[in-house]
Write a protein that binds this ligand. Structure first.
Ligand code: SAM
Length: 252
C-alpha cells in the first residue's frame, strides 16, 4: 500500500483526543475496550460478505475478531499511529487513515463495524448518515460504544472533566433511527474495574489516550478524587463502571 492510499483523501489529521500520542501503549492500558470488543464480537456471523468496513479500528482489538470471517475488510482510524499499530498487529487487512464521518464511499459496504468509537464523535448523527451513504442496500451495522453513566464515580464529582457529551441508550437509538438505520437488536452491559485508588484509575485512562485535555483547577481535581476514593472504595479497591451498548442495525 502506498503512503497516499494509507491516508484516505489526504485528510487533515488533527483531533482533540490523545489516542495518536498513546498508540504504542494503548493495548496495555485498555482492558475494558478489549473486553467490550470480545462482547461485541459475540454478534458476528461466521461469514461476513465483502466488502466490509471498520471505522475507528484503533490498534485492532475488534479487527482481530473480524479476520477469518471476511475476504475483503478495510480497517480505518483517524489516528495515523493507531492505524499503523493496527496494521502491524493485524496485517492481513487493508488499513487506511480516515475520519469515521468521511469514510471511503466507493465501497458499497455490506457490513460496517466499529467498537468503542461512537461516543468520541463530535457529530455522531453525521457519521451514522455517512455510513448509511457508504453502505449497500440491506447492509448491516454492528457497533458498540460507551453510554452515560460510564466512570460516573468520577464525572459526578468532576463533570467539567467529561471529554464529550454523554448520551443514554434511548438517545443513541433515536439518533441511529433518524439516520436511516433500523435496529435489529441492542443490549447494554456494565463492565467494572477496580484500582488501588482514583489516581491509578485516571492514569490508566490517560495512558490509553482516552482523554481530551481540560484545564481543571488542581484544588477542584484533588477534591473530586478524594470524594471518589471515599465513596467508591471496597475491599477490591476503588470501583469504576463502564456502561456499554451493543447494537445491530440494518440499512433501511
Ligand atoms: C477507544 S479507541 C477504540 C479502538 C478500537 N476500536 C478498540 O476497540 O480498541 C477509539 C478509537 O477511535 C478513533 N477515533 C476517534 N475519533 C475518530 C474519528 N472521528 N474518526 C475515526 N476514528 C476516530 C481513535 O483514534 C481511537 O483509535
Amino acid at each position: 500500500m502506498t503512503a497516499a492510499s494509507f491516508f484516505h483523501r489526504q485528510m487533515p489529521t488533527t483531533f482533540p483526543h490523545e489516542f495518536d500520542r498513546r498508540a504504542a501503549q494503548y493495548e496495555q492500558h485498555a482492558p475494558v475496550q478489549r473486553e467490550a470488543a470480545a462482547w461485541l464480537a459475540e454478534w458476528l456471523p461466521e461469514k461476513i460478505e465483502s466488502p466490509a468496513l471498520e471505522v475507528g479500528a484503533g490498534t485492532g482489538f475488534f479487527t482481530r475478531h473480524l479476520t477469518g470471517r471476511t475476504e475483503r475488510l478495510v480497517a480505518s482510524d483517524i489516528s495515523p499511529r493507531m492505524a499503523q499499530a493496527g496494521r502491524q498487529a493485524v496485517p492481513d487487512v487493508g488499513w487506511i487513515v480516515a475520519d469515521a464521518t468521511n469514510p471511503p464511499e466507493d465501497g458499497g459496504y455490506h457490513w460496517i463495524f466499529n467498537c468503542s468509537l461512537v461516543q468520541w464523535l463530535p457529530d455522531p448523527a453525521a457519521a451514522f448518515r455517512a455510513w448509511h451513504h457508504a453502505a449497500a442496500p440491506g447492509a448491516r451495522l454492528v457497533s458498540g460504544w460507551f453510554l452515560r453513566g460510564t466512570m460516573d464515580e468520577f464525572f459526578s464529582a468532576c463533570p467539567e472533566a467529561a471529554p464529550f457529551v454523554w448520551r443514554d441508550a434511548d438517545e443513541w437509538k433515536d439518533l441511529l433511527a433518524q439516520s436511516g438505520w433500523t435496529i435489529r437488536r441492542d443490549e447494554a452491559k456494565s463492565f467494572v474495574r477496580h484500582h488501588t485508588d482514583s489516581v491509578a484509575m485516571l492514569r490508566e485512562v490517560h495512558n490509553a489516550g482516552a482523554v481530551i485535555p481540560r484545564r481543571i483547577g488542581i484544588g477542584k481535581l484533588r477534591q473530586a478524587l478524594r470524594k471518589y476514593d471515599r465513596d467508591h472504595r471496597s475491599e477490591a479497591g476503588v470501583r469504576s463502571t463502564f456502561n456499554f451498548l451493543r447494537v445491530e442495525a440494518v440499512r433501511s
